[in-house]
Write a protein that binds this ligand. Structure first.
Ligand code: KG4
Ligand code: ZN
Length: 331
């Protein structure tokens, strides 16, 4: 069983994972959230400098945890894109350097594919499913027929789901990042207190739109003086969740799939998990969602895709460059 070491530095997390087959020997994530919080968002230059500074200690920590040494590694992988160019460059250069230094294969991995396949990790392998990727940068519904075989069903026409959470969090004065904090504040709130729009809920496609929802929160704000923040957060969250659940389930039914695989940072959302679980149980659909640590950015999902590619006899050229705008390769 090959030993894979993967590096993920597409945004503000410096992450390194070591995998042997389906066993995760280490998955270290150094978050920069505290550094970027004072700016209310990720500052690329700050992120890049910190990847450089943190990479070595994170690597040492991962090796120690996995109880292996660098010469034991059979292949080195890194996130190629999408993401911030100056951040991607750090992880890709490091992985290429290690691959050259130790004379091992190098694999460049698509970050979205990492998320998309993460729910299958340790759950019996990739199988036909509808994949919902909901992160800070992406909201996609994908027909998955196997590893590397994807058909795009639809995506957001404006903001990604996580982006909507983060922007609304900012509007409400909630600390960065908005997603987890809006989720936390929504606990105990009344999800029916405000009737926010469910954009494109009934559209005859698999597209999403979240910017109108964000705008309606903005318009409502001046009238909300005194309204419990928990009610606003719960109502906003409910609008996002309702659309994600309805469209995902419709896709599963329409395609006749048995499995829904949900991934990306927003899949940590407790209300989304609750409503998806209820809807899937009611419809006899298998719901795959990774544990929260594997939903937000991590390197285990990158190592997982690299392992699948390596098993299929694939590797990347060392000339393969980062691509900040990389898209999921779909049919
Ligand atoms: O997958 P991820 O870590 O990074 C990207 O590839 O974008 O996703 C980060 C996004 C952020 O927008 C964050 O606010 C959102 O996921 N997020 C959440 C929750 N946890 C993270 N959104 C809603 N509820 C959560 N519990
Ligand atoms: Zn991500």
């Amino acid at each position: 069983m090959p030993l894979i070491l993967a590096i993920e530095t597409s945004c503000d997390e410096t992450a390194i994972a070591i995998l042997r087959d389906d066993a995760m020997l280490a998955s270290e994530v150094a978050s920069q959230i505290a550094l970027h919080a004072e700016y209310g968002g990720v500052v690329p230059e700050v992120a890049s400098r910190n990847h450089l500074r943190t990479l070595r200690p994170v690597l040492d920590a991962a090796l120690a945890k996995a109880r292996i040494a660098l010469p034991d590694v059979d292949a080195f992988a890194a996130t190629r894109g999408p993401g911030l160019a100056s951040s991607l460059m750090i992880g890709m250069s490091a992985a290429k350097g290690l691959a050259v230094g130790f004379g091992k294969p190098f694999l460049a991995v698509n970050h979205i594919e990492g998320h998309l396949l993460s729910p299958f990790f340790g759950k019996g392998g990739v199988r036909p499913a509808v994949g919902l990727v909901v992160s800070g940068g992406h909201t996609l519904l994908v027909d998955v027929t196997g590893a590397g075989q994807y058909r795009l069903l639809g995506g957001t026409v404006d903001d990604a789901a996580g982006e909507a959470f983060d922007k609304v969090g900012k509007l409400l004065g909630v600390p960065y990042p908005g997603g987890p904090n809006v989720n936390r504040l929504a606990h105990g709130g009344n999800p029916a207190a405000f009737d926010f729009p469910r954009s494109m809920l009934h559209s005859d496609d698999f597209a999403f739109s979240f910017s109108g929802l964000k705008t309606s929160v903005r318009y409502l704000l001046p009238k909300l003086v005194g309204a419990p923040l928990a009610d606003v957060c719960a109502s906003f969250q409910e609008a996002v969740v309702d659309v994600l659940v309805a469209k995902s389930l419709r896709a599963v039914r329409q395609l006749g799939r048995a499995t829904l695989a949900v991934s990306g940072g927003v899949s940590c959302n407790t209300r989304l998990r609750e409503k998806l679980a209820g809807a899937c149980t009611a419809d006899g659909i298998e719901l795959l969602i990774a544990e929260p640590a594997l939903c937000t950015d991590n390197a285990a999902m990158i190592a997982h895709v690299a392992a699948l590619r390596l098993a299929a006899g694939e590797a990347s050229e060392l000339t393969c460059d980062i691509d900040p705008n990389l898209r999921l390769a779909t049919a």
